[in-house]
Design a protein around this ligand. Structure first.
Ligand SMILES: [Zn+2]
Ligand SMILES: [Zn+2]
Length: 98
């Protein structure tokens, strides 16, 4: 796994999410509330606002779908899109929400 996004050269942040935080983030993702997603990350993790925004930019809001180009077959939780090379957090919140 690259530690930088090949597309924009952002240094990929290692996300360590508690189950509670994961659930809260998933709720925001489902509702498409991107700014609240950023604010929650910023408040909950020890990161600055720029990093929180970059995480949001790289988090897809539909599981398996590239956040940048819409490629639909991403199959790992951290993956560089085979179509456009953008890094995606492709977190499978659906499974943890069961
Ligand atoms: Zn990027
Ligand atoms: Zn892509």
């Amino acid at each position: 796994m690259e530690d930088k996004c090949p597309r924009c050269n952002w240094t990929i942040h290692d996300l360590a999410l508690s189950p509670v935080l994961e659930q809260q983030l998933y709720d925001l993702i489902r509702r498409g509330e991107k700014m609240r997603f950023v604010q929650l990350l910023y408040r909950s993790l020890d990161i600055d606002l720029v990093t929180a925004k970059e995480i949001m930019v790289h988090q897809n809001f539909d599981y398996g779908v590239c956040v940048r180009c819409g490629y639909e077959q991403l199959n790992q939780e951290r993956i560089c899109c085979p179509n456009c090379q953008a890094f995606n957090y492709n977190l499978n919140f659906q499974t943890t929400a069961e």
